[in-house]
Structure formats: structure tokens, C-alpha cells
Design a protein around this ligand. Sequence first.
Ligand code: A3P
Length: 288
Amino acid sequence: MDRMEVTETFAGISLPGHLHTEESLRFASSFQFRDTDVVIVTYPKSGTTWMQEILTLIHSKGDLEPAKTIPNWARAPWLEHTYFKDMLQETSRPRLITTHLPCQVLAPTLRKSKAKVIYMARNPKDVAVSFYHFHKMAKFLPDPGSFEDFLVRFLEGTGEWYGSWFDHVKGWLSQRAELDLFYITYEDLHQLGRSVERLADWLGCPLQPEESRAIQQHCSFSSMRENAMVNYTLIPCEIMDHSRGRFMRKGIVGDWRDHFTPVQNMRFHKIYQEEMQDSSLRFRWLMD
Ligand code: A3P
């Protein structure tokens, strides 16, 4: 398999070389967005796939056909991935584009368009747990070692994949006045009906009650877990070792409670408060 051991460094962050090259990252950073583009921005493991599924179905007005026949990475391709150019379809309809890139790379080009940006964040404690398990199954990421070691690196934000969670969230949320940005959390999305309707209204695609119901049904964790177009079982074991876990792992809020020791939780609080002191999210997630 290609470049499984390669690390690509761009804008000061490390990215898996299996999915990113210098060329794909340069292409991403100078990409010309259209005013009709809808861009999903997340730090990994924040519910990206869930959002891709919801937006696919809002655009199709609850028609399940695309969600059941086209993999998520083809419906809402990652801007920075090597295959992006091939996947991006020439269409006059709004294009769904996904990215994990930090704000300093993309905000300058996004500001030149009226593209709609959805920034989705998740409790960083649950992100850390989900990312830890993902590292175990994704062969293009390094072995995470113990959860303690992984958490130290995650909280320091140094030498870790995709850069610091804190910088990602703070950076993107600082663009709220500059971009057409809709901020939503993974925790909000657990109130699925309300979130789907808010998103649909903001996108200018209001839904009929039966369309909204179809979306909610299809986007439940149990339904998505069985859908091969989003559960990543299409990816061969040489790239994702499915014997080491499932991509659709638990899908719950507060899983960190089963992983964090009291000492780890105290350390998290201290770093969170230091990092987020000037942010509107300074109290968010401390007790969740
Ligand atoms: P867990 O590992 O905690 O289960 P991403 O798509 O950004 O990689 O995020 C993956 C996380 O989102 C996983 O979290 C996955 O289970 C969760 N997820 C995906 N679809 C979901 C859904 N329909 N409901 C709840 N959680 C979902």
C-alpha cells in the first residue's frame, strides 16, 4: 500500500502520507471555492461522517439513494486528500467538501467566496478516546501506545497528527464574523431532529416532515453502522484493520468516563482552562 509509513508536514502539522502529498496539500490551500459550496470542517473524530451523511440527505431531500450507493468520501470528498481532484464532480448543484485542515490554511481562500462553512466540534475528551481507538485500526497512523501516552501527546498538541485540537477549534471559531459559518457540536447532533432542521433551514433547503423523519431514521447510529457506504468496511484490511475495531465504534457522548482516570481528568481540566481562557468555549465540556 502506498506511503503507509510516510508523514507529510504542512503548515506545521503532521498528516498521514497515505492520504496527503505535498501536491494535494498545495492544491487544497489554493483551491477556489464557489459561492454555492458547502464545506464541512472538523478535527478528526468529531462526527465528520455523521455530518456528511446528514448533508447528503438534506440535499437529496431525504432520498436515500445517494447515501446507500455512493461512499461518503466520494459524496463529500476531503479537499486535502490525494484523490480529491478525481472525486470532485462537475455539478451545478452545491458541492459538499470536507476538510480537517486548520483555519490558517483555508480561511484566506474561503474568505474570497460566499461558501457556507459548517464547523463541527466535539468534547475533546471523547475526541481523544475515539482518535486513540482509530489509531489502533488505521494502519496509516502510528501505533498510539498506551492511552496515557496518547493523551499526553493529544493535550500537548505537539508531534500529534492533524495538529492541536485547541488550535483547530479556536482558529476556526475566530472566523465566525468573517465567514458564513454555522457552528454545531457532536453533542447537539444527538438531538437529531432539531439539528437536521436547523441545518436545513440555514442551508436554505427546508424539509417536509416526512423528509426530516427519513433523514433522522437513516442517520441514527444503528442505521449508519450497517451502511457499508459510511462504515468504512469497503476499505481493505491492509489500510484499516477491521479485526482491531469498528469505525462506527460507540457513537455516544461521554465515553471518556470509561477511559480517563481522575488524574487524567484533572490534567485535562488544567490544560483546557489554560488553552481556552480567552475563548467563548472556556466552560464548555468541562463537566460533560
Ligand atoms: P466513536 O469512536 O466515539 O464511536 P469522524 O467521522 O469525524 O471520524 O468521527 C467518528 C465518530 O463519530 C465515531 O465516534 C463514530 O462512532 C461517531 N459517529 C458516526 N456516525 C454517528 C452517528 N450516526 N451517531 C453517533 N455517532 C456517530
